[in-house]
Design a protein around this ligand. Structure first.
Ligand SMILES: Cc1cc2nc3c(=O)[nH]c(=O)nc-3n(C[C@H](O)[C@H](O)[C@H](O)COP(=O)(O)O)c2cc1C
Length: 295
C-alpha cells in the first residue's frame, strides 16, 4: 500500500483514491504506524495532508468521520452580501444559482414538513412549481396524508438543500402558512404536464392509502391510456388533484463554512408590538426584519 502511496504523492495525485488501498477494517492508527516503520522518504507535509483527507472520507471512519469542506473564510455570507433587504429576491438569487450549477439536480426539490392538529410531524419531498412574491407553489393529491395534515394545520416548513462537491452547501428554511390554489391555477398547471403525468395523477386516486398490488395501478393506467389514446381528447383534471401555496413568514439562509462557523441570516416578520433590538436586528424592506443567528 505504501508503495502505491509514494507513487501517488510523487505524481501529485488526489488523496481520495487512497481509500481503495486501505485494508478493510483498518484504522487510521494502523496507517500511521505502517508508515513510521518504513524507511521511505515521504514528504511529511504532503503525508499529513493526505492523512487528513483520507481520514475524513474512509469508510472505516464511519458516518461520524464523514466531513466535507464547504466555503472558506473569504467566502462568508454576510448581511452586506444580501442582494436585497427582503427575502424573496435573495431566495430567487440563490435558487437561480443552484439551478445553473452543474451537479445540482432538481434544485426545485424541497422537503415539506407538515404536522397534524396534535403536532405529529411528517416530512416528504415535493417539487416547487411556482415561485413569486406571493408564495411558493407545489401540486399534489388532496386525499394524501400531507393534504389531510394541511386541512388540520396549515403551518408548514420547507427546506431546500443545495450542495456542490468540495465547494458550497446552502440550505434555505422557509416557514409559512398554506392556502389552496384556485381550481383554475391547478387546471392550468395540470394541462401543462406531459400526458403520462396527467394519467399518473388519475391513476393514484387516493395517494397515501393502501392498495392491494401494483397490478391494480397498472390496470388503471392501461385503461386510462386507451380511453385517452386520441391526443386531441383533453384529460380532465381530477377534483382531488391540485396545488397549494406556501405564504412565507420566515426565511433562513444558511451557508456552510469549512470551520463549521456557518452563516445564518434570517428574515422574519416581527411580532405585533415587538420592540426591535437594533444591535442585532435590522430593518428590511416590505415589513421584513433580518438578523444573523449563531451557527
Ligand atoms: C424529489 C421528489 C419530488 C417529489 N415531488 C412530489 C410532488 O411535487 N408532489 C407530490 O405529491 N409528491 C411528490 N413526491 C412524492 C412525495 O415525497 C410523497 O411520497 C407523496 O407525495 C406522498 O406523501 P404523503 O403521504 O406525505 O402525502 C416527490 C418525491 C421526491 C423524492
Amino acid at each position: 500500500m505504501l508503495n502505491v502511496l509514494r507513487t501517488m504523492i510523487a505524481r501529485g495525485s488526489r488523496s481520495l483514491t487512497l481509500t481503495y488501498f486501505l485494508r478493510p477494517n483498518s484504522h487510521f492508527g494502523d496507517f500511521i504506524s505502517t508508515s513510521r516503520n518504513t524507511k521511505g522518504s515521504i514528504d511529511i507535509l504532503k503525508f499529513s495532508y493526505l492523512i487528513q483527507n483520507v481520514c475524513t472520507i474512509t469508510p472505516e471512519s464511519g458516518v461520524a468521520g464523514m466531513r466535507k469542506p464547504y466555503k472558506d473564510r473569504q467566502d462568508v455570507f454576510d448581511v452586506k452580501d444580501l442582494n436585497s433587504k427582503e427575502p424573496f429576491s435573495q431566495f430567487t438569487t440563490w435558487f437561480e444559482e443552484a439551478k445553473s450549477t452543474p451537479g445540482i439536480i432538481e434544485a426545485n426539490a424541497m422537503a415539506l414538513a407538515t404536522a397534524t392538529r396534535d403536532g405529529v410531524p411528517s416530512v416528504r419531498m415535493v417539487l416547487m412549481k411556482g415561485l413569486s412574491k406571493d408564495g411558493i407553489d407545489f401540486y399534489t393529491n388532496y386525499h394524501s396524508q400531507k393534504a389531510q395534515n394541511l386541512d388540520e394545520n396549515p403551518i408548514v416548513s420547507l427546506l431546500f438543500w443545495w450542495s456542490v462537491e468540495n465547494n458550497q452547501s446552502r440550505q434555505v428554511r422557509i416557514e409559512g402558512k398554506v392556502e389552496k390554489l384556485s381550481q383554475e391555477q391547478s387546471e392550468n398547471y395540470f394541462h401543462s404536464r406531459p400526458r403520462s403525468s396527467q394519467i399518473g395523477a388519475c391513476v393514484s386516486e387516493r395517494q397515501s392509502s393502501a392498495i392491494s398490488s401494483r397490478e391494480v395501478l397498472d390496470k388503471r393506467k392501461e385503461h386510462l391510456e386507451s380511453q385517452y389514446s386520441d391526443e386531441s381528447i383533453t384529460i380532465p383534471k381530477p377534483d382531488y388533484w391540485g396545488g397549494f401555496r406556501v405564504v412565507p413568514h420566515r426565511y433562513e439562509f444558511w451557508q456552510g463554512q469549512t470551520n463549521r462557523i456557518h452563516d445564518r441570516i434570517v428574515f422574519r416578520k416581527p411580532q405585533t408590538g415587538e420592540s426591535i433590538d437594533a444591535s442585532v436586528t435590522f430593518q428590511g424592506n416590505d415589513g421584513w426584519v433580518y438578523e444573523r443567528l449563531q451557527p
